[in-house]
Design a protein around this ligand. Structure first.
Ligand code: NDP
Length: 260
């Protein structure tokens, strides 16, 4: 509360804060990690492989930021506890969690395999639930923190070729609300960021599809696909004291896609 009495741009700074970003070395997660680092936070990046670690390390070294890496499958038994313990061992506490790691599997509904349903729900929803739980136990020790879940347009819209993805991303909205209410008395804000159509490798095939790419672009009032950098400001806002009275919401960063 007190830190908001004299509001300045420094209210968005994250100096001295400790963050965990799952999937934080590649794809969109790398942009979240860079946004947090350059705002002053120390970051523990968690990912299954070491993809992107070197680039993030170089970024941190150049800016004199603190970053550490932990190779961990977030769906493995006991991984949530292990990640929280690793962050505390590295930096002493946890102030910010970004549940970003996600996968997508496409198929016709008749052909969806049970194992694929479980895999997507495990990474995109269950892991966020368990890790939020383990991290909240640390955050409640110092009464304060930020949990940011990553949704998508499928947090609001269907996806007939991506059943488990749509279910998990809708689930993220509910999980965000449930944790937001439960953790509010501990001054922990829980929100979600829902990216729209972003120019990434994941969407390359879609961008190159002559029919779908035109349909999508027609649907975006801003008139262009987002660059990943366009998500960074909202992420920092949700991670900072500037959003201390904001909790339980899912913020679309979509150029107005949901308006049409
Ligand atoms: P990427 O596939 O580029 O990156 C996913 C990241 O998650 C990788 O770092 C990957 O690590 C990590 N990851 C996946 N599974 C696991 C696991 N079991 N354990 C640990 N880490 C794991 O995806 P995007 O950057 O495109 O997507 C990131 C998030 O943003 C997802 O939640 C996605 O749903 C969401 N999103 C993406 C959009 C887009 O346009 N790309 C649009 C809307 C939402 P590794 O490579 O080492 O396995």
């Amino acid at each position: 509360m007190n830190e908001l009495e004299n509001f300045t741009n420094t209210t968005f700074r994250l100096d001295g804060r400790v963050a965990i970003v799952t999937g934080g070395a590649s794809g969109l997660g790398a942009y979240y990690t860079k946004a947090l680092l350059s705002s002053g936070a120390s970051v523990l990046v968690v990912s299954r492989s070491k993809k992107g670690w070197e680039t993030i390390q170089d970024f941190a070294t150049a800016g004199k930021y603190l970053v550490a890496f932990y190779q961990q499958d977030i769906t493995a038994d006991g991984s949530a506890q292990a990640i929280a313990e690793r962050a505390v061992a590295e930096y002493g506490t946890i102030d910010i969690l970004v549940n970003n790691a996600g996968i997508q599997i496409r198929n016709e509904w008749q052909d969806f395999k049970d194992a694929d349903w479980r895999k997507v729900i495990d990474v995109n929803l269950n892991a966020a639930y368990y890790l939020s739980h383990a991290v909240a136990e640390v955050m409640t020790e110092h009464d304060g923190g930020k949990i940011i879940n990553i949704g998508s347009m499928q947090s609001f819209l269907p996806g007939k070729y991506i059943f488990p993805y749509a279910a998990a991303k809708h689930g993220i909205v509910g999980l965000t609300k449930a944790y937001a209410e439960a953790l509010a008395p501990h001054n922990i804000q829980v929100n979600a960021l829902a990216p729209g159509y972003i120019d990434t490798l994941m969407t390359k095939a879609l961008q190159e599809d002559p029919v779908r790419s035109v349909e999508i672009l027609d649907h975006i009032p801003a008139g262009h696909w987002a660059q990943p950098q366009e998500l960074m400001g909202t992420l920092v806002f949700l991670a900072s004291a500037a959003s201390n009275y904001v909790t339980g919401i899912t913020v679309p960063v979509d150029g107005g896609y949901l308006l049409r």
